[in-house]
Design a protein around this ligand. Sequence first.
Ligand SMILES: Nc1ncnc2c1ncn2[C@@H]1O[C@H](COP(=O)(O)OP(=O)(O)OP(=O)(O)O)[C@@H](O)[C@H]1O
Ligand SMILES: [Mg+2]
Length: 514
Amino acid sequence: MGSMPQPDVNERLAAILSICQKMNSERDLGALLDLIAREATSLLDCDRASIFLLDAERNELWSKVALGSDEILRFDARRGIAGTTALTGATINVRDAYSDPRFYTGIDDRTGYRTRNLLAVAMRNQHGEIVGAFEVLNKRVGVFTARDEESLAALASHAAGAIETAQLIGELKRNHEELEEQNAHLRREVESRYSTHGIIGGGQRIQQVVRLIERIRDSVVNVLITGESGTGKELVAKAIHYNSPRAKRPFVALNCAALPETLAESELFGIEKGVATGVEKRVGHFEKATGGTLFLDEIGDLSLTAQAKMLRVLQERVVERVGGRAPIAVDVRVLAATNKDLEAEIAKGTFREDLYYRIKVIHIQTPPLRDIREEIPLLATHFLREYCKETSHAALEFSPAVLRRLASAPWPGNVRQLRNEVMRLAACARGSLIDEDDLLFGLPPSSARERTAAAAAPAPVRLESLKKATEELERRMIAEALLSTKNNQQQAARILGLSRQGLINKMKRYSLGG
Ligand SMILES: Nc1ncnc2c1ncn2[C@@H]1O[C@H](COP(=O)(O)OP(=O)(O)OP(=O)(O)O)[C@@H](O)[C@H]1O
Ligand SMILES: [Mg+2]
């Protein structure tokens, strides 16, 4: 007592320490379990070592190395010596396995191995909870001693920590791989959706747009996309981005109309921390789009002050954060869109001419749907398939009469409205064929029943010109949408494929409700 530890105790401690160091540098669970088992057999001078880990969910013990092979062994967590140890935490030292009633002979039976004696200790995590059992078999000479019990217990307490870390790392790795996989899948999906193939239309007007997109995909020239609401301006912008070498970098869209004048500068260019009390550093949209594409939607609504700042960025290719000291170089391709007539805005003095020419290096115009009616059957069928695919709905089809009626409707909300209408028809479809009975309002009447209904409609006007006729239809569609939604402008706008503001403008134009 109180004397110096015996030399072989020191040796054992040193051996355990060196095993611990090896364990800590092994991050792969399988390799770690092999390593611990190997080291334990040499430390305790025995034949075999097994680590049984507790699978609390299934109340089972499992072991990778119990059989000395890659096979994984699982059994009831209450079974055998290892089970007893895992259940009670007790250290169990058995001198003659086959005379101990707790000994489970099943493993020997399967492997043909003969267990003479064994020692099992519990493995606990940092919180003291039992996570498994560590078992060594067949001491080479004699039986396991009290000192062996101590050594195995010391080894087990370190092993538990290393195993837990390896398990966590394995889990993180698997999660990470799963996310990567999902991410790659989504990226492929987005890319195929916004590749030029996502732009439907076989006619000249659409094909011109597609060819232009393909021609400019490798350059960084600024592009202005103009067209009425719902004609596919954003679709074109995404097609340009996802077809360009910048496809793997961000596509950042900024709606200039929703940008209050006071915030425009910090939103676009960012702000340094502490410019005013409580101000946190914020990265601007230009920086967010680094290496990628910045899509300035509704650029016609940018204030004159913001226009001036924007012009400077486009000229000098640097941004300055609000409160920042040094300009930051930006590598961003700028695409802009508007449904306003920018030349008229220039004439009114609300849009800068120099900015206009900066952004309009290439000009793409998306045609209103009424000018490309020949595309309507193709578009409608495409949206119908898209609906079926996205909702896992059985295949649906339009009757030829419905397609004809769709092709002759006015579509003030353009392709977006057509898409919404197709989605609505698909959602209401009763069979696999959508026929005329499924059509509701808005489309020019053709059946006898509807003709009578239309004749009874208020104030049939003489339609002097196509423009008048279109306007009249538009007015009626809006009135009906408002009626069917009980004047809910948000809903009515959605049905018509218009923005809420777009609807309000049209309501004003036609002096409807309010
Ligand atoms: N040629 C086309 N092929 C397939 N889908 C189209 C086509 N044109 C438009 N779309 C679809 O119509 C909808 C409206 O398009 P998008 O949002 O690009 O219009 P927009 O011109 O940006 O409208 P707004 O001015 O109201 O913002 C989208 O669902 C888009 O995918
Ligand atoms: Mg848009």
